[in-house]
Write a protein that binds this ligand. Structure first.
Ligand SMILES: Cc1ncc(COP(=O)(O)O)c(C=O)c1O
Length: 398
């Protein structure tokens, strides 16, 4: 990354990093190199490319110029040696586990986790001899056993916006020679750069804020070259959750405005969280910017702002949540998050439906909980919308 486009502040790199004028066509926008395979030239060169002696593209499952531009941009924003992109966030997470763990290894994770990740750890990986155990920040170090190989964390978490201390996870991992991996999808590198907190790898569902427009599925892992090589050559090459060039282009385009969008998401979420907290029929508002959030101090230390997600727990349980969702006009009732358009979802009946009652209780996913992905519309309009919807929901619980 010697080019001046890779230097400078965060906004400069968000716009410029990874994106050079095309050497062949001189196109200013990054070309979408829509090809499955690349011409090798001759037998000797083909052999050198396949042995790794010479670098170059051979097949788009493993590498492609448009995808590489995205990998370079994300690596620059995270301050990472490199990155590997995938066709979805789950593709990135699964490839990371499959590449870096082997039978007999244990993962310690700080809960709660995204349901798909929890499913991998609880159901799929145990079939291949990898086990996982949930621990708390306070008990993390004591829980480490002889089989522990990886510490895994999300921050902020889905859906109740719990915050985990990334410095602590990085420090404990270093002390015990373990891998520390964080999914910082909710924060993005605009707010939190996990590698600066001592983590080995950070993972994103680029489906969310990185792409930002709700029109693509993508995932990406960033960190040290040595780990990424294993993830690319085993997790990506052998499993094949590859990002397409067109999807890579859409994520690249979205990432050019990440810093601007995140500022607007954070400002609007702040306004919505404060308005909801004062509204009738609201039992609790989860947002790490409140000074009485249990981990507000940690959030302040590791986040530039508090993110675009807010979760609201309504007094009237499921009926109030249904009335609230039905009354919202500017928040579309849909899963996913990080879109410029505001979204709302009821985790208990959708994303968290398959989790046991015990896990739901432990994670604070009650029937009255609604998760809001606050978009970049006018903040006043969003506040008016949630207030009229809480008034409707309060009638149900009255
Ligand atoms: C925190 C987090 N990680 C990972 C994922 C999975 O990403 P994808 O849907 O792109 O596979 C999600 C999806 O909602 C998520 O919220």
């Amino acid at each position: 990354m010697s080019d001046s486009r890779h230097r400078g502040g965060f906004a400069t790199r968000a716009v410029r990093a990874g994106q050079e004028p095309d050497a062949v066509t001189h196109a200013h926008a990054t070309p979408i190199v829509q090809t499955s395979t690349f011409v090798l030239g001759d037998l000797e060169r083909g052999e050198r490319l396949f042995s790794g002696e010479e670098h170059g593209d051979v097949y788009s499952r493993i590498g492609n110029p448009t995808v590489r531009a995205l990998e370079a941009k994300l690596a620059s924003l995270e301050g990472a040696e490199g990155a590997v992109a995938f066709g979805s966030g789950m593709g990135a997470i699964a490839a990371t586990f499959l590449s870096l763990l082997r039978a007999g290894d244990e993962v310690l994770f700080l809960g709660p986790l995204y349901g798909g990740t929890r499913g991998l750890l609880d159901e799929l990986l145990p079939r291949f001899g990898v086990s996982a155990r949930r621990v708390d920040d306070d008990t993390l170090e004591d829980a480490i056993g002889p089989a522990t190989r990886m510490l895994y964390v999300e921050s902020p978490t889905n859906p109740t916006l719990a915050i985990h201390d990334l410095d602590l996870v990085g420090m404990v991992a270093r002390r015990h020679g373990l891998l520390a991996v964080a999914d910082t999808t909710f924060a993005t590198p605009a707010l939190t750069r996990g590698l600066e907190h001592g983590l080995d790898l950070v993972i994103h569902s680029a489906t969310k804020y990185l792409s930002g427009h709700g029109d693509v599925l993508a995932g990406i892992v960033a960190g040290r070259t040595e780990l990424l090589e294993a993830i690319r050559m085993e997790g990506l090459r052998h499993v094949g959750a590859t990002l397409t060039p067109l999807a890579a282009y859409l994520v690249l385009r979205g990432m050019r405005t990440l810093h601007l969008r995140m500022r607007a998401h954070c400002d609007n979420a702040r306004a919505v969280a404060h308005a909801l907290r004062a509204a009738p029929g609201v039992r609790h508002v989860h947002w790490p910017g409140f000074t009485d959030h249990p981990r507000h101090d940690v959030a302040k230390r590791q986040m530039a702002d508090f993110g675009g997600m807010v979760a609201v727990e309504l007094d009237g349980g499921r009926a109030a949540a249904a009335a609230f969702l039905g009354a919202l006009r500017l928040f579309d009732d849909a899963v996913s998050l990080g879109d410029v358009a505001s979204l709302a979802c009821h985790p208990a009946s959708t994303t968290h439906q398959l989790l046991s009652a015990d896990v739901l209780r432990q994670d604070g996913v009650h029937e009255g909980l609604v998760r809001l992905s606050v978009g970049v519309e006018d903040g006043d309009d969003l506040v008016d919308d949630v207030l009229q919807a809480t008034a409707v929901a309060a009638l149900v619980s009255a």
